[in-house]
Design a protein around this ligand. Structure first.
Ligand code: OGA
Ligand code: MN
Length: 280
């Protein structure tokens, strides 16, 4: 099988064709896909007819299932969640801010897979921002300054009972399960060398960071807000347009991502799996 890889021409992302992911995932194919994934950071596989079994097989082949702390899985599966918005839903959009999935865990997931189930005719694009490029483009003294910093990550702003998706969040169709454990914190360097490529990447941003070690909160937020603007500049962004029968996988160590709207009156559903941290 020869993979065809068509790069997006934007800051990251590529479309991969010439393969059938419902068929056998040979070690050679897996290696080729993983190599392309590390290079392009976001891969889209159009024209794949995959069911939940095939999505699970693919995720296992790419590194195994990671933990999904605040989602209830879909019925009958332990490791698939639904990213869902009903056509008449009025709750704020899910994940409409830049983040790296579950960055607040001790061992954040390597990647995430999303399989198109129900794609609206327009809108609902997912944006990705290349954090290796964002770091590389900084002036040297700024790089040195950021390399010294350790961020305090927490899910509390999103998933604690008082958070965005907590008790006040009404009328949401997604099976989100807020929990007091979202207040836990975990430290990660703000600049993290990618464990597989060695590229230095800016790791996560405002939504899941509650401070910087040894820094006043106001100073930390000024720095993080400033940095967040830089991290999501147009030149680092790839806009992903969904198609029916498309699978996407991205590298949480190398990109930030966010959802977008623009599909009012339409249903949007994707099935989601988490790829475990790389064991080395
Ligand atoms: C996610 C996510 C964005 C989207 O599934 O982790 O952030 O566009 N999704 O649905
Ligand atoms: Mn996400």
């Amino acid at each position: 099988m020869t993979l065809q890889i068509e790069i997006s021409g934007q800051a990251c992302g590529a479309r991969v064709t010439g393969l059938d992911l419902a068929g056998e995932l040979t070690p050679q194919l897996v290696q080729e896909i993983r190599r392309a994934w590390l290079g392009h950071k976001v891969l889209a596989f159009p024209g794949q007819r995959l069911d939940d079994d095939a999505l699970e097989r693919f995720t296992i082949a790419m590194g195994g299932f990671g933990e999904d702390p605040f989602f209830a899985p879909i019925e009958g599966r332990k490791n698939i969640a639904a990213i869902l918005r009903e056509e008449n839903e009025t709750s704020p959009l899910f994940a409409e801010n830049w983040h790296s999935d579950w960055s607040f865990l001790a061992r954040p997931p390597a990647g995430t897979c999303l399989l198109a189930i129900d794609i609206p005719p327009t809108g609902g694009d997912t944006l990705f921002a290349n954090q290796a490029a964002a770091f590389a483009a900084l002036p040297d003294d700024r790089k040195d300054q950021l390399r010294q910093l350790t961020a305090i990550h927490s899910a509390k702003l999103a998933y604690a009972p008082e958070g965005t998706y907590g008790e006040k969040d009404a009328g949401r169709s997604m099976a989100i399960r807020p929990d007091p454990s979202a207040r836990n914190t975990f430290l990660h360097p703000l600049v993290k060398p990618h464990p597989e490529t060695g590229e230095e990447c800016l790791f996560s941003t405002l939504g899941y960071i509650v401070g910087i070690e040894g820094m006043e909160v106001t100073e930390a937020f000024a720095l993080l807000s400033d940095l967040a603007e830089w991290q999501s500049r147009d030149e680092f962004v790839y806009r992903h347009r969904w198609e029916p029968e498309m699978l996407v996988m991205w590298d949480n160590r190398a990109v930030l991502h966010k959802a977008t709207g623009g599909y009012e009156g339409h249903r949007r559903e994707l099935h989601r799996t988490t790829i475990a941290a790389w064991a080395g």
